[in-house]
Ligand binder design. Structure first.
Ligand SMILES: [Zn+2]
Length: 155
């Protein structure tokens, strides 16, 4: 065989996949879907607030069992402008590029939320910028983190 001959195989894979969001995840996703509210949970020992909600506070190893409503505004902590297309598991299609993936610290929260920013020009992005959630319309929210369409820069 010619060592430069590369064979390209085409295989279609149908792989249905689903999992339970869990108690706190379900509370958060229902609030996103039904009320356009972002909920987290708070540790009773260290008072850290997490979003997405966690089952256990890592430092304290106790259940953060108080559900708290968070602001839909926050601070851009870090970002990456993605220029390499990949297959979006949500759609099965190549995600259009560029897009910006970001870590956002919502006001009143101690953890970071991974989500999209609607700005793809690195010259217009900087950690510390203020951002605000843009929700999908009432008819398009289904109880997923993507019910937040993206975050937009507000300052
Ligand atoms: Zn704690």
């Amino acid at each position: 065989m010619d060592k430069d001959e590369l064979i390209h195989l085409h295989v279609d894979v149908d792989l249905p996949y689903r999992w339970a969001a869990g108690r706190y995840g379900s509370i958060m996703l229902k609030a996103l879907r039904d009320e356009k509210k972002i909920l987290g949970n708070c540790c009773p020992q260290c008072n850290k607030v997490y979003v997405p909600p966690r089952v256990v506070c890592g430092p304290c190893f106790v259940a953060p069992d108080e559900v708290v409503e968070l602001s839909d505004t926050g601070t851009l902590a870090g970002y990456s402008v993605v220029n390499y297309p990949f297959i979006d598991p949500e759609t099965g299609q190549k995600r259009p590029v560029p897009y910006t993936y970001a870590y956002i610290q919502l006001d009143g929260c101690d953890s970071y939320l991974s989500h999209l920013i609607d700005e793809t020009d690195p010259a217009r992005l900087s950690p510390g910028m203020r951002v605000k959630a843009v929700f999908r319309s009432d008819a398009d929210r289904v109880g997923r983190l993507q019910d937040i369409l993206h975050f937009k820069i507000i300052e």
